[in-house]
Design a protein around this ligand. Structure first.
Ligand code: HEC
Length: 173
């Protein structure tokens, strides 16, 4: 019963199994190796994530003005206007001083008061006076709009800007 042929078949089967196992081990190592490359790619993806974090911060900053407006103080804004802006700006519709009248200025087209001689520097920056635009402009008029004729150094305090924007928003809107 144990003839040479049977013995050869068994030996062949055992060797075959062993060969398959060796190939399997080699294949597994190759896959692991590829996995190693994948790990390297993952680290690269991480550095891209860091860059996109920067973008998120910028978006947060833009959203912040609207959020800050929630804590605005109208009475304080009226005082800021009286001390810092009233010398050049009137709030009454159509009445220009050194600067254009600021009646309903929040949401108004930039540089749109008829008969007022603008420098052209403001309209070069944006189209409409939204909260974000006023926030940037009032912090540093010449920084936001180089060449502007508004001879005012700016409101350094964030709270002053927020309050005066809220006050202006209450005039004519
Ligand atoms: C020394 C005078 C002066 C002071 C002080 C001043 N401004 Fe002005 N403002 C101007 C002039 C001049 C312009 C026109 C600028 C231009 O054409 O470049 C102007 C333009 C503006 C505009 C644009 C209006 C439009 O029709 O597009 C806004 C808004 C504004 N000022 C708000 C303020 C606020 C708020 C303050 C106080 C925090 C202030 N300004 C203080 C002179 C002044």
């Amino acid at each position: 019963m144990f003839d040479t042929m049977t013995f050869t078949k068994i030996l062949g089967a055992v060797c075959g199994t062993f060969l398959v196992m060796l190939l399997g081990k080699w294949a597994a190592e190759e896959i692991y190796h590829v996995g190693g490359h994948g790990h390297g790619d993952h680290e690269q993806a991480y550095s891209i994530e860091v860059e996109s974090d920067g973008d998120e911060e910028m978006v947060e900053e833009a959203v912040d003005v609207a959020a800050l407006m929630g804590s605005a103080d109208l009475a304080a804004g009226e005082q800021v206007f009286a001390r810092k802006c009233a010398a050049c700006h009137v709030l009454e519709d159509g009445v220009n001083g050194t600067g254009p009248h600021l009646y309903s200025v929040v949401g108004r087209d930039i540089g749109s008061v008829d008969g007022y001689g603008y420098s052209g520097a403001l309209v070069a920056q944006a189209d409409v006076w939204g909260q974000d635009e006023l926030f940037g402009f009032l912090e540093s008029p010449k920084g936001w709009a180089p060449g502007t004729a508004m001879g005012f150094s700016g409101l350094g305090k964030e709270a002053d800007r927020v309050n005066v924007i809220a006050y202006l928003e209450s005039i004519g809107n």
